[in-house]
Design a protein around this ligand. Structure first.
Ligand code: GLN
Length: 545
């Protein structure tokens, strides 16, 4: 039977609970323990796929095509485990399954209640993940903070688990925040005490408290939290803000938290090996020359909207011993006169995914600037479509070419809906989603990057390159370097007369890992780092004498 670790949050959200969970996964995995991770999201949407990035940040896509919370991206990047649809459950999914079953007559004669029907449905999702993953430890994060009204059924379900599987098989971790008071220059523990009280009110006594704080946490504060919250002192874990998130697993391990968890859960003793992780953090902390990358998008006010893109760029820069200097450019404001000013220092330009018309013309201006000035360019999904529209406008010498998403009546629909997408009446969960194979065409930049002939990449889009334009754009210099195995879909395109301008119809950012950057990101940064732009200083020659 697997062991369960449940992680709840208190005091405030956004203190890095997801990173803490991912880091606990890393610490366990470093002992050779198999782990599966799950996030419970209390909102009523079935998945975040229909939410604006302003509401939710990035939608992370799993290999099996689930649209999920961005925390799953951190789980994957930290533990290098591939998540599935079983790794994210929302209240919307639970209610919708239960009500469908009720209508079918599964409970004829009965009254359907939060306890036990809804909580049983939640627990059945734990079991499903346990059965399908076969993992020794299930790490389950409850989204939101304790006290949120929608989160109550999840807390009740994890409370019941203690009796269901036995108290030696569950471990409850509460992640809180210690605010700093400027006037008295001290961290305060009272909100943590209150939030633990709230959790106890739900019948859950935490086994450990992870205290997030922006300042060092004194021993006396750990004593106080241990006393007031009835937790062993060694289980009050100080987690001060780190210079890089990738340091968190080391902080947890070095304060003995990994050992504490395995001891408490009675998992046989195994040595932790975090040597690769230590080397990675060492490398991150070494000062490097910057590489300037402009990210042109419409959700740039909220960095979380492009979370995986930012991480993938960071991994690629690190691979080339560069630090990433990423600047965010609002595409809505990028008219033709502004583009030179906004992008003149960019050594590389990236256009990420997105939906809807807002900001599209600005992105097209950025793509034109990259093509004309031979600046390395990487287009991700929408970024590939934008690159195609821009190139078609140049080739046909017309402002008409467009995607039918933005102009349904365009004379040149170079990006268009697939037939099955045209007839859809609903919006949720029915894009081209998850892994699809892509065959690389020999002697192209894409094939050189991958060094493989067939790859799987994750998708999330409705529209595709319109094959009607393949011949004309191909003759003008667009190379179709990645295709579906049946040749019907363009998955990657690039420009012949340009140092490195590549667009892909999928989202490579989701599979980049800190020690293993995605090949397209790696080569994009590899070319960008050698580009000299206005105001840049060439690296000084090393002193020899
Ligand atoms: N809006 C485009 C489409 O649906 C691109 C989607 C994306 O970038 N993920 O095809």
């Amino acid at each position: 039977m697997p062991k369960y670790i449940f992680v709840t949050g208190g005091v405030v959200s956004s203190v890095g609970k997801g990173i803490a969970v991912a880091s606990i996964g890393t610490v366990l995995k470093s002992r050779g323990i198999s782990v599966a991770i799950k996030k419970l999201d209390p909102y009523l949407n079935v998945d975040p796929g229909t939410m604006s990035p302003y509401q939710h940040g990035e939608v992370y896509v799993t290999k099996d095509g689930a649209e999920t919370d961005l925390d799953l991206g951190n789980y994957e990047r930290f533990t290098d485990i591939e998540c599935t649809a079983d790794s994210n459950t929302t209240s919307g999914q639970i209610y919708s399954t239960l009500i469908t079953r009720e209508r079918r007559g599964d409970f004829l004669g009965g009254t359907i209640q939060i306890v036990p029907h809804l909580t049983n449905e939640i627990k059945s999702r734990f079991k499903r993940l346990a059965d399908r993953s076969g993992a020794e430890v299930l790490l389950i994060e409850v989204g939101g903070t304790v006290g949120d009204i929608e989160g109550q059924p999840f807390l009740e379900a994890i409370r019941q688990m203690r009796n269901d599987v036995g108290k030696n098989n569950v471990f409850y971790i509460h992640v809180t925040f210690l605010p700093y008071l400027q006037s008295t220059q001290e961290l305060k523990t009272k909100p943590t005490q209150h939030s633990v009280n709230e959790l106890r009110g739900m019948g859950i006594q935490p086994d450990a408290i992870l205290c997030r704080a922006d300042y060092p946490i004194a021993e006396s504060l750990r004593d106080k939290i241990a006393l007031f919250c009835d937790v062993e002192k060694q289980a009050v874990i100080p987690l001060t803000t780190a210079s890089t998130i990738y340091e968190i697993p080391l902080m947890l391990e070095d304060c003995g938290f990994g050992q504490l968890i395995v001891d408490k859960l009675g998992i046989s003793k195994r040595e932790a090996d975090l040597s690769e992780w230590r080397a990675l953090v060492e490398r991150i902390k070494t000062p490097h020359e910057p590489v300037n990358i402009a990210l042109v998008g419409k959700y740039v006010e909220l960095n979380d909207a492009y979370y995986s893109v930012r991480e993938a760029l960071y991994h690629a820069a690190l691979h080339h011993d560069r630090s990433l200097n990423l600047f965010w450019v609002q595409s809505e404001e990028l008219d033709k006169d502004e583009v030179e000013n906004a992008l003149r220092t960019a050594q590389g330009i990236i256009i990420p995914g997105g939906f809807g018309l807002r900001g599209i013309e600005g992105m097209i201006n950025a793509a034109r600037y990259a093509r004309e000035n031979k600046i390395p360019y990487l287009g991700l999904c929408l970024g590939m479509q934008v690159m195609t529209i821009e190139f078609a406008r140049y080739v046909f010498n017309s402002e008409e070419p467009n995607s039918t998403e933005f102009d349904p009546d365009t004379k040149y629909p170079v990006i268009d809906y697939m037939l099955e997408q045209k007839t859809l009446q609903t919006k949720g969960g029915n894009m081209r989603l998850g892994n699809y194979p892509c065959r690389l065409v020999d002697d192209t930049r894409a094939a050189r990057a991958y060094g493989q002939s067939l790859v799987q990449e994750r998708h999330r889009h409705r529209l595709e390159f319109n094959n009607k334009y393949r011949a004309e754009l191909g003759e003008a210099g667009m190379i179709f370097s990645g295709l579906s195995p049946d040749d019907m879909l363009v998955e990657i395109c690039e420009l012949r007369d340009h140092p490195w301008m590549v667009g892909c119809q999928f989202h490579p950012e989701f599979v980049s890992r800190p020690g293993r950057p995605h090949p397209l990101f790696r080569d994009f940064i590899g070319v960008a780092e050698d580009v000299f732009r206005e105001g840049a200083q060439p690296p000084l020659p090393l002193e020899t004498g």
